[in-house]
Design a protein around this ligand. Sequence first.
Ligand code: ATR
Length: 279
Amino acid sequence: MQNAAIAALGLHFCYIPFSVQPDDIGPAIHSLRTLGIVGVNLTIPHKERVLQHLDVVAPDARAIGAVNTVHNEGGRLTGYNTDGEGFLAPLLAEGFAPRGKTAVILGAGGAARSVVWRLAGEGARIILANRTGERAKRLADEANRALGLSSISSISLGDAAGLVSALDGADLLVNTTSVGMYPHVEEEPAAPRSALHPNLTVYDLVYNPVETRLLTFAREAGARTINGVKMLVHQGAAALRIWTGANPPIAVMEQAVIRALGGGCQTSELRSERISGED
Ligand code: ATR
């Protein structure tokens, strides 16, 4: 999607993958200076460990404790986290204004963290629902403390009645877990189908398949749906904007992702090609 955007913008960059071992993140980041690389995205397991190797860390990346984008300006390395913006932009594009709304977030891992910080910062009330209830409580407590709020609460997914009642009063449901991700597309969603309703916007961060089982159920229940490709594209677009200052062509990027996913569901051949060719 980045190379498609770069080509459409007529810029002279190229975006390539580097496979970096966890212990090599320091020298790898330093090599941006040595090689004059304009920037990189980082993914698991580098997002947290990279912070100590940067000159500047943007405030929201510092607060979340994770960086997914680094910009090299003449050897000065700045870390950003574009996941929050990537998450929020598709919601705003759908006309969903978070202030005063209630959101149920499934999961309490790294992806949930970015979502919680951004949604709470935008004034939404949040209920974190996680398989391991204790982990949800820890994240809720930490976010309330860090943001000076008391609007983030937590429940365990095992509390079926609590989850149904939370969804009943919710405006937004976000899946940040890997449930339903290829190849486990038939996996039962973490939120019960019968609790989905037309006043909900359902946002699944899983992007493969593009329409997860949760999104199918949501669509059938009359809810508005947002797929994970949208967040993937917008977090990438935000990074491209940081590196180049250009206005990224969102539709071109989205088409490139859908094409790479084989029109919706990544096949095993495509997967093995990616693994041997890119990773
Ligand atoms: P990420 O950084 O992508 O969020 P993570 O930190 O491994 O990944 O978090 C994965 C999240 O998905 C967790 O909230 C996990 O629940 P637990 O904390 O109980 O492990 C959730 N998750 C993964 N598989 C799940 C499943 N089958 N059912 C429910 N939740 C699941």
